[in-house]
Design a protein around this ligand. Structure first.
Ligand code: FAD
Length: 514
């Protein structure tokens, strides 16, 4: 069937992950008369658009949705239905279902590279596959020059449906937090003490859980907006810039190969932290900081078995039913502080991540996985570059990652390994007497800095505090790449908050014009 692409809109958005969706939502709420079109290179997975794959009840349908998200060359393992598959795998290139790895260019000779660098291509982006942890940044993670950051974070929590107490009734959740608090809370401010992890999730009265994807961020205001259009399987190959102003986008229909030009007064590129700079570069928008200050969060995981707990009758569920966060899982948060600069997430698992003896069936909640994330020692030289001569499978400029862990990073990783062991010792005994496992760079899936925000146009940033690209009027960037600080916590809430700030700026400008 031939599709109609609009000739002209007020706002063109590239990418339908949570950050692109936040622009559509805020514009629908504040400026319903504005015409807005979102172009997404990946396919629509299910209804409503942007739905989290974990909300797809049928395992085969869910697996199909994951495969459809894996870009031009989907994973060979079409049988896996486990969204946490590979999580504790020691393979050098860890890949999660619903994502695909950067096939080449992820490491240069003599460098550490980002072997785990991954992306998702589907309506909803990685937000259809994520875990939904939404902590607020603290201490040096916060972006001091953004006006009203806490207000923006609160709107982000509203858009993502963040709940803090969804899994409080999980077996042993209180006990886990009590033990962690006893060991770690001393000297911390109230808002930086051990707490339940804020999660983008709705827990229904009957115990069912609905995970927030971009569908939740779009919300009814966007779905009901007759002036909003979502175009899946549409690759934006260029942002058209005329006389220093955004003028529209060039889009390739992935179904037919046809090219369309869509004129737009404002263009928002929310195409993830690797592909946003790629599109700007392909469009000739190449500020000095573009692609630089790339950072990912070095991640160490560990697992323990809770000591001295007695299962109650209510915990007798089959741990093999759902290998993910379920109502039987407690998720706790050890917040980042400048004194203890790690973000800790502690998840009670309903199944062991490593095989135990055949007759040793762990009681749900007694196996606890700990993940400790470090803030990277941010370097201008860590960067994604683009090849003049070579292209990626979409025909866009090929990526070349330059990335090194500094001495400070090695020291911070070593300290995080000790920190995770201290937290684990408060809880129980390590499984199999194992040591913590530090993943290769990129495995966190939290890539930041490549289109970073700055207070002034001094060559160290790509965009203003409202996300507008310096020197290109009407061109905005969104996603984790906008975050300028070295944050260790999960970044999506912060990125969505910054997207809210950018969307409000566009809404104000559209309103002024009318
Ligand atoms: P994305 O969600 O990546 O969306 C970008 C979209 O842009 C994609 O759909 C892509 O196809 C599209 N696109 C790219 N280029 C083009 C183009 N040229 N034309 C058209 N479309 C294009 N984060 C957290 O904060 N907490 C967590 O607990 C967490 N857990 C995670 C667990 C997993 C398994 C995964 C995979 C991710 C997790 N994340 C987590 C990361 C989180 O999903 C991302 O931070 C978030 O999705 C980023 O949103 P975004 O809108 O910026 O980008």
């Amino acid at each position: 069937m031939i599709r109609t692409f609009p000739d002209s809109v007020d706002v063109a958005i590239v990418g339908s992950g949570p950050c692109g969706a936040a622009y559509a939502r805020i514009l629908s709420e504040r400026c319903p008369s504005a015409t807005v079109a979102t172009f997404e290179v990946g396919p629509l997975l299910a209804d409503p658009p942007g739905v989290h794959v974990k909300n797809i009840a049928d395992p085969a349908e869910r697996a199909r949705a994951q495969r459809l998200s894996e870009g031009p060359a989907p994973s060979a393992d079409a049988t896996s239905t486990d969204t946490m598959d590979g999580y504790a795998d020691e393979a050098p290139r860890l890949v999660r279902p619903g994502t695909f790895l950067l096939a080449d260019g992820y490491r240069q000779d003599g460098e550490d590279g980002l072997p785990g660098a991954a992306m998702s291509s589907n309506v909803g982006g990685m937000g259809a596959h994520w875990t939904g942890a939404c902590p607020r940044p603290g201490g040096s993670e916060r972006i001091g020059f953004v006006d009203g950051l806490d207000d923006l974070l609160a709107v982000g929590e509203r858009l993502l449906n963040v709940a803090t107490h969804a899994f409080d009734d999980a077996p042993f959740a209180d006990e886990v937090r009590k033990r962690l608090s006893g060991a770690l809370d001393d000297g911390r401010d109230d808002d930086r003490r051990v707490a339940p992890m804020p999660l983008a999730v709705i827990r229904h009265e009957d115990g069912r859980v609905t995970w927030s994807g971009s569908d939740v961020v779009f919300g009814e205001p966007t779905r009901a907006n007759p002036n909003f259009t979502l175009v899946p399987e549409a690759l934006v190959t260029e942002v058209i810039v005329v006389d220093g102003r955004a003028g529209g986008v060039r889009v390739r229909d992935q179904r037919t190969g046809d090219e369309h030009v869509v004129r737009a007064r404002f263009v928002v590129v929310a195409a993830d932290a690797l592909r946003t700079p790629q599109l700007l570069w392909a469009s000739g928008v190449r500020p000095r900081a573009l692609g630089r200050y790339l950072n990912d969060q070095p991640q160490t995981v560990y697992a323990v078995r809770l000591r001295d707990v007695t299962p109650g009758a209510e915990t007798q569920v089959d741990p093999r039913d759902e290998p993910e966060i379920v109502p039987q899982s407690g998720v706790s948060w050890v917040p980042f502080t400048d004194e203890e600069p790690f973000h800790g997430q502690v998840m009670q698992l309903d199944a062991s991540p490593v095989p135990l003896a055949d007759d040793d069936e762990p009681t749900p909640g007694t196996i606890v996985g700990l993940g400790w994330f470090c803030a990277k020692d941010v370097q201008e030289s860590d960067r994604v570059e683009f090849d003049e001569a070579d292209v990626d499978p979409y025909g866009m400029p090929a990526m070349r990652i330059h990335y090194r862990l500094t001495d400070a990073d090695h020291a911070s990783i070593a300290a995080s390994r000790e920190a995770v062991k201290r937290a684990a010792a408060a809880l129980g005994e390590p499984l199999d007497d194992r040591e913590p496992l530090t993943f290769p760079p990129g495995a966190s899936l939290h890539y930041q800095g490549t289109v970073r925000m700055g207070e002034a146009d001094d060559g160290t940033s790509v965009c203003s505090p409202t996300s507008q690209v310096w020197d290109v009027d009407g061109l905005y960037v969104a996603g984790n790449g906008v975050i300028p600080t070295a944050i260790a916590c999960n970044p999506t809430l912060t990125s969505v908050a910054l997207a809210v700030g950018g969307a409000r700026d566009i809404a104000d400008r559209l309103t002024e014009r009318n």
